[in-house]
Design a protein around this ligand. Structure first.
Ligand code: NAD
Length: 319
């Protein structure tokens, strides 16, 4: 049975980013006090609500630890992360130093500041590698195919260890392929945002590989709702956050081409190394433990996202 008590004071690392901004808006809408810790290395074009505190710092820094101690969070939601599969692949050791080290530091600071609940963002798209069956279930052993996936699983292990060592309740949310309004369309991850960005600019979308690779595409509003459900719960462990549906990249790109009325075909580029071939996520545990399930259909989510890109000023490339 899902618990419904949302903590009063929540610190959100990476709260100025894509998933973070949507989550912070929901928390503030529910009357919660929020501290964002974000180094703004990849922040959204978004202004946090006026009563939200913002510390611009690395989430694993001493400065962040002091801010957490002052804020006294009931719960911490850890969304800060730098880059995805391709960035981590280029320099895995640097990725560990930047991402995993900051994450472990943050977990220690959260405990020291008195947080009773820590929820971290993991990746259902990367953690399972080549799952023996689909949809991939949390009961399957993680077997990532990339340095990014390995770092996410490592962070899950550190979090569970932190929980056992300090008696703090913890959960890792294994997101599917999150898409939606405010996602960066100028980077190398996020096929929906990148495609929208190209369509709005009048250029043909690019599909890496044959396009038959599949993902569990989930709209950011559903992920933000899952984050709140996880903060409110006392269940512990890993939980998939997806739709349970497998959709090919080709299908997503051609749907967006159709919605945009683009008069052409997608271009093809070589497949990217380290990317999984097929994935979708078993969501039974999310329903059971969190009382959560996705509500936004892919069609509606893609329409909203494209409309956002069509209305937004053309963005400058973000790191
Ligand atoms: N977007 C997806 O499809 C997806 C899928 C699975 C998992 N995730 C995970 O969800 C989380 C949020 O992803 P997102 O798509 O919102 O990314 P994002 O890049 O939009 O947001 C991350 C935010 O963290 C900040 N940041 C980065 N490193 C930091 C650090 N060391 N200290 C403080 N702030 C830092 C950035 O400035 C940015 O605002 C990440 O952990 C990501 O790995 C995302």
């Amino acid at each position: 049975m899902a618990e419904v008590t949302l903590p009063e004071r929540v610190a959100v690392t990476g709260g100025a980013g894509f998933i973070g901004s949507h989550t912070v808006e929901l928390l503030v809408g529910r009357g919660r006090r929020v501290l964002i810790i974000d180094d703004l290395s990849h922040a959204c074009p978004w202004q946090p609500p006026a009563d939200v505190e913002l510390l611009v710092a690395d989430c694993g820094s001493d400065e962040a630890a002091r801010a957490l101690t002052d804020f006294r969070p009931d719960a911490v939601l850890h969304l800060a992360a730098r880059g995805g599969v391709q960035r981590a692949r280029r320099d895995p050791a640097a990725h560990v130093r930047a991402a995993v080290a900051s994450t472990v530091g943050l977990f220690r600071s959260a405990v020291a500041a008195g947080a009773r609940r820590i929820v971290t963002a993991s990746s259902g798209g990367a953690a399972y590698g080549r799952p023996p069956r689909l949809p991939a279930s949390e009961r399957m052993r993680p077997a990532p195919l990339s340095a990014y996936g390995a770092s996410k699983v490592a962070e899950e292990v550190y979090l569970a260890c932190t929980g056992r060592e300090h008696g703090v309740s913890t959960m890792a949310l294994r997101y599917g392929n999150v898409y939606g309004e405010r996602q960066d369309g100028t980077g190398e991850a996020g096929v929906v945002a990148i495609t929208c960005n190209r369509l709005v600019a009048g250029t043909a979308p690019v599909i890496n590989g044959d396009g038959r690779q599949t993902r569990d595409f989930i709209h950011v509003s559903d992920v933000a709702a899952a984050n709140l459900a996880a903060l409110a719960s006392r269940r512990e462990g890993a939980v998939n956050i997806g739709t349970g549906r497998e959709t090919s990249v080709h299908q997503v790109v051609t749907t967006l081409i159709h919605l945009a009325g683009f008069p052409g075909e997608p271009d093809h580029a070589p497949a990217l190394p380290g990317e999984v071939r097929r994935v979708c996520l078993d969501t039974a545990r999310a329903r059971r433990w969190l009382g959560w399930s996705a509500r936004t259909s892919l069609d509606r989510g893609l329409r909203c996202t494209l409309a956002y890109f069509q209305a937004a000023p053309r963005p400058a490339a973000r790191d």
